[in-house]
Design a protein around this ligand. Structure first.
Ligand code: SF4
Ligand code: SF4
Length: 349
């Protein structure tokens, strides 16, 4: 990997070099009742609107790769024939300017299922392969536990990764496209003093984490505690609203639906993101629901993230962004749920 440094004033030039593409980045969307800025990924046209040094966005960049609603195919029918059009052709290339490590790691995990698996999802693949990602370091929020999930840094999945080292930005160059882009701005070779500042910044960030999840032997503990009472306790609180999956950068469950025009002249097939917490998630033909209680649905979400995915891919499907706990109206946060399961295991022992 190549490293360089550049003056903070050069960030605007990097933005300008990349902004001949569709450029998406963190922006201040609204202000909370406590007067905190609320960030969202949006298309950015002006550098002044970019909130590069942002904290966690309410929603992840997942919506650009797996939109909540997507037309997969459309059909036109007439008396003589019919025509089908599949809509997975790559869209306009997108530059993501300022993505945190947790969200890049989330995309790497989605890749395992939707890109590199036996049955890749062409709609996801078209979007994912058509992007240029500029990652950036963050300041951990009280709810962030990405460090516990080994997701506070990235080794792949982006083109550039920029870390604030005080007077300068330290830049990790991870693709040949990124190398070319950097020719358009003024950079310097990273020297040993810059490496030292980078390591100091990483240490400082690590020390700021206040939220942690103990993942030691978690797969075994989950296997042992499958019938634990705590699942019912959390289930009684859960509103089955699906907000957690909506904000989660790694939840990818979706359903498909055929929508036929009343004239029978056209139809379309839609993909809609879904949540395993919703009451009809496990309903099958004939109306039978094999997960009718909220406790079993909530448990399923945790077992998929922290048990099944780990067995299949040797890492968790949770990157520790903390968004689901922040968004949940019932105050259900992964750190608390997993801690309660561990407590029950210890009490059982
Ligand atoms: S855990 Fe929270 S956000 Fe998720 S479905 Fe239940 S109430 Fe909604
Ligand atoms: S489960 Fe929650 S904390 Fe984990 S990646 Fe999803 S939203 Fe983030």
């Amino acid at each position: 990997m190549l490293f360089c440094v550049f003056a903070k004033s050069e960030l605007r030039h990097l933005f300008e070099v990349l902004s001949y593409n569709c450029l998406v980045g963190p922006t201040v969307k609204e202000t909370s009742p406590e007067s905190w800025p609320l960030y969202a990924y949006e298309q950015v046209f002006d550098f002044a609107d970019l909130a590069f040094e942002h904290t966690t966005t309410s929603h992840s960049p997942k919506k650009y790769f797996l939109p909540h609603r997507l037309t997969m195919a459309s059909y036109a029918l007439n008396d003589q024939s019919w025509r089908k059009e599949v809509h997975f052709t790559p869209e306009t290339p997108v530059v993501f300017f300022g993505m945190h490590a947790c969200d890049i790691n989330a995309l790497n995990r989605l890749d395992k299922v939707l890109l590199d698996s036996t049955y890749p999802n062409p709609f996801y693949a078209a979007r994912r392969r058509n992007t240029f990602i500029v990652g950036t370091s963050c300041s951990p929020q009280p709810f962030c536990f990405c460090e516990s999930m080994d997701c506070e840094t990235v080794l792949h999945g982006c083109d550039l990764f920029i870390t604030d080292i005080g007077e300068l930005y330290f830049c990790e160059i991870r693709s040949s496209a990124a190398y070319q882009v950097l020719q358009g701005i003024s950079t310097k070779e990273a020297k040993s003093e810059h490496h030292a500042l980078f390591i100091q910044a990483a240490k400082k960030r690590k020390a700021q984490f206040t939220s942690q999840m103990d993942t030691t032997d978690l797969v075994r503990i989950l296997d042992m505690e499958f019938q634990a009472e705590v699942w019912h306790e959390w289930g009684r609180r859960c509103l089955s609203c699906g907000t957690c999956a909506s904000v989660c950068p790694t939840c990818y469950c979706y359903g498909t639906e055929q929508l036929i025009d009343l004239t029978l002249g056209s139809a379309r097939k839609e993909m809609r993101l879904y949540s395993c917490n919703l009451v009809d998630f496990a309903e099958v033909a004939g109306g039978f629901n094999f997960r009718p209680e909220s406790a079993t649905r909530l448990k399923y979400r945790y077992y998929h993230k922290h048990r099944g995915f780990v067995e299949a891919f040797e890492e968790s499907l949770c990157v520790g962004c903390g968004r689901c706990g922040q968004a949940c109206l019932a105050d259900i946060a992964p750190v608390d749920v997993i801690a309660s399961v561990r407590r029950e295991a210890e009490e059982d022992g």
